[in-house]
Design a protein around this ligand. Structure first.
Ligand code: HSE
Length: 373
């Protein structure tokens, strides 16, 4: 089996390390890099079409990141009769429908285990569960960088920016870490999870996402005083055919198992009638854990299984209700919906996520966090 690899950064290097070291029957024959000075590997090329048009290549693995040209390359690979594996959640969440259709039209597999939850076989479990039952909801810690920051700030009172730098050094953070700390990365992962769990393609730009950019030590202290822990949680649920997907920090009750998830670890749960709730955990970011998921996809490509049907869906966040802690300098917009107002923070009445999103759109430098029941 011959592989063409697009991108040789944190994940791509992990992929060559695993395949070159463990699978003599699989050959990574060409590697697309931006610049030949990235290293002296004889497989390096700067011409993507040398890979995409090579009839000897069976599978194209895309680990470049970014929407373009990654999307065009993956689509072309499928159209040229190759199977495709990608770890690129941003590209995938914006083009799930088109790429799935292209794969199906060309009778090829498109696999993307590494795009959500690093090494956790999450997409696989979503698909496997549906052999028996319909999934009703999922929720999880799906971003290693922010969990690393939250764990350190909660555990040792570490400084936000210092911890973020550490996460960047360890290869957890995105090229632009705003995607991590503002919750976009989790929104992409929720979009892909919702597609796999419910067969509904929601536009990632319609997923409300609130991150931890404006989190302060005082917010953590507030949660601690109430026996709670703040985690960034992505969620999706299907209620009477209405899909809701959203991302926000949550002040979890201290006895919630999610509170114990530390460092770059992820933990994601799915729920359905017959099994109740099942949780899956592991390293959600980093070179080898993510590459492990990519290589698992390569190994399963022969029996990629369940045919996918999907429909587009609105995001029904008006059906999601919660109570929210909001902190920041100017909270005047939140006063009318507050149950408690204090200097620097408020607690809202129960309200819809849609109402909250509208208020957040007109607010600046505000940290918001759901207070779990
Ligand atoms: N930046 C991502 C994270 C990488 O921190 O989880 C893995 O998707």
């Amino acid at each position: 089996m011959k592989i063409g690899l697009l991108g040789h950064g944190v994940v791509g290097r992990g992929v060559t390390e695993i395949i070159d070291g463990h699978f003599p029957q699989i050959t990574v024959s060409s590697i697309l890099v931006k610049d030949l000075s990235e290293g002296n590997d004889p497989r390096y090329t700067t011409d993507a079409y040398q890979i995409l048009n090579d009839p000897r290549i069976d599978i194209v693995i895309e680990c470049m990141g970014g929407i373009e040209p990654a999307f065009t390359y993956v689509k072309t690979a499928l159209e040229n009769g190759k199977h495709a594996v990608t770890s690129n959640k941003k590209m995938l969440s914006h083009h799930l429908k088109e790429l799935t259709d292209t794969a199906e039209a060309n009778h090829r597999s498109l696999r993307f285990e590494a795009s959500c939850g690093g090494c956790i076989p999450w997409i696989h479990e979503l698909e496997r569960t549906q052999r028996i039952d319909e999934i009703t909801s999922f929720r999880g810690i799906m971003n290693g960088t922010t969990n690393y920051i939250l764990s350190d700030m909660t555990g040792s009172g570490a400084d936000f920016n210092e911890t973020l730098k550490e996460a960047q050094k360890l290869g957890y953070a995105e090229a632009d870490p705003s995607d991590d700390i503002d919750g976009n990365d989790v929104a992409y992962k929720c979009c892909i999870s919702a597609f796999s769990a419910f067969h509904k393609a929601v536009d990632p730009d319609d997923i409300p996402h609130f991150g931890i950019r404006h989190l302060k030590k005082s917010d953590i202290a507030y949660a601690k005083a109430d026996g709670r822990v703040i985690k960034l949680i992505g969620r999706g649920c299907l209620n009477e055919e209405k899909l809701s997907v959203w991302v926000m920090p949550v002040m979890l009750r201290g006895d919630d198992p999610m509170c114990l998830v530390s460092s770059n670890l992820n933990r994601i749960e799915l729920s359905c009638r017959t099994l109740g709730t099942a949780s899956f955990g592991g390293q959600g970011a980093g070179s080898l854990p993510t590459a492990h998921a990519v290589v698992q996809d390569v190994l399963s490509i022969e029996d990629s299984g369940i045919p996918k049907t999907w429909e587009t869906s609105d995001n029904h966040i008006e059906t999601v209700r919660g109570t929210y802690y909001v902190s920041g300098r100017d909270l005047s917009l939140f006063e009318p919906v507050s149950a408690e107002c204090h200097d620097g923070w408020v607690l809202t009445h129960e309200m819809s996520l849609q109402e909250l999103s509208a208020l957040m759109q007109n607010s600046h430098d505000v940290f918001v966090c759901e207070v779990s029941r």
